[in-house]
Design a protein around this ligand. Structure first.
Ligand code: PLP
Length: 395
């Protein structure tokens, strides 16, 4: 099948694209559950190790099952190449450490995934990389933070957990003017809804643990972009060691095949649930980029071409205990961290993930007492609405 982006539709590419020939014409990709590959002569071993010809050498270098997953992601993200790694954080840290060096400056929104914030806040300074954190990732704020040493403008859109939206093309234009890289975390949107590389971003990262896998059963990450930058990431990954296991790659290939179908349902369920909850008297606020009242709905409408995704947050009325009571009363939705799988998951940060944060700091970060993050699954919409309805009735 052609690897030309756009030659086939999204789901046709996800199912048929990126096949690695296996010699037996297996319809389902085999799992090469091997750490190493035999060579017949020492010359062949030297060639495989140096990658001066085709063939596999050692799974931390490359593996056919992992290659197939990478090729599919590249087709879906409209990238020249992709690199699979062992988690979303392995993808983000590998990408960032591949691009930056001591003396460089990065610009990062404060409201990014917590471990990404820690990478820039706690780890990068130890290696001489300084970061300016933005309260509101609007274009003016990115522009004001640029210095002569700025080498990276980092984007996460929509972001975790308040579904803030950043103008990808606008940030890319600023970065190009100052000769900086752009990296975008596309986990929440997925390549079905949003393709940052087509908007000029240099590298896209994913927690493949989420929608790409889609079933809450695999931890993985992936980076997509031009071949030369992916090559840099490959070299970093081989040293840092965040390699993906071949069985995880197989689960991801299987997940990708239904990504388009699942995203259609995630998009539709979340949109309808957001509308329902926005009108519910026990709900103070709904954060969902698809709603016209979202402050950056127009930007989201421009760049999320095929849907607004399955993630939303709501604020229920009342104190921390009210939010906790509500999530504990849910029967279809499950109380668990992570997101992007077939089943609906909810978290109440004030009583769990942010429980040790001083209240003032938590509120300043936008995490209200009653904030509930919802990863809307693909269950029947009526069952989801009924479940939230009965849980909100306990307030
Ligand atoms: C937006 C986003 N990026 C990155 C990550 C990290 O992914 P992983 O847990 O696979 O390392 C997460 C995890 O929740 C996330 O939500």
């Amino acid at each position: 099948m052609s690897t030309k982006p756009g030659a086939h539709g999204f789901t046709t590419r996800a199912i048929h694209g990126g096949r690695v020939p296996d010699g037996h014409r297996a319809v389902v990709p085999p799992i090469y559950q091997t750490a190493t590959f035999r060579y017949e002569t020492v010359e062949e071993g030297a060639r495989l190790g140096a990658e001066t010809g085709p063939g596999y050498f050692y799974t931390r270098w490359a593996n056919p099952t992992t290659d197939e997953f990478q090729r599919k992601v590249a087709l879906l993200e409209q990238a020249e190449a992709a690199l699979a790694v062992s988690s979303g954080m392995a993808a983000i840290s590998t990408a960032v450490l591949s691009l930056l060096r001591a003396g460089d400056h990065a610009i990062v929104p404060k409201a990014v995934y917590q471990a990404t914030f820690e990478l820039f806040h706690g780890v990068c300074p130890r290696y001489g990389v300084e970061t300016t954190f933005l309260d509101d990732p609007d274009l003016d704020a990115y522009g004001r933070a640029i210095r002569p040493s700025t080498k990276l403008l980092y984007i996460e859109t929509p972001n975790n957990p308040l579904l803030g939206v950043t103008d990808i093309a606008g940030v890319v234009a600023l970065a190009k003017r100052c000769g900086a890289w752009t990296v975008a975390d596309n986990t929440f949107a997925t390549p079905y809804n949003q393709r940052p590389l087509a908007l000029g971003v240099d590298l896209v990262c994913h927690s493949a643990t989420k929608y790409l896998g889609g079933h809450h059963d695999v931890t993985a990450g992936v980076i997509a972009g031009p071949s030369d930058l992916i090559r840099r990431c490959v070299r970093t990954m081989r040293i840092l060691g965040g390699v993906l296991d071949p069985f995880a790659a197989y689960l991801l290939i299987r997940g990708l095949m239904t990504l388009g179908l699942r995203m259609e349902r995630h998009n539709a369920n979340a949109f309808a649930l957001a509308r329902y909850l926005a009108a519910h008297p026990a709900v103070e606020r709904v954060y969902y980029p698809g709603l016209p009242e979202h402050p950056r709905h127009a930007v989201a409408a421009r760049q999320m071409t095929d849907g607004y995704g399955g993630m939303m947050s709501i604020e229920v009325r009342g104190a921390v205990a009210a939010g906790a009571r509500c999530v504990e009363a849910l029967r279809v939705a499950t109380l668990a961290v992570s997101l992007g799988g077939v089943s609906t998951l909810v978290t109440h940060p004030a009583s769990t993930t942010s429980v040790n944060m001083p209240r003032e700091a938590r509120l300043a970060a936008g995490i209200a007492d009653g904030l509930i993050r919802i990863s809307v699954g693909i269950e029947d919409l009526d069952d989801l609405i009924a479940d939230f309805d009965q849980a909100l009735a306990v307030l």
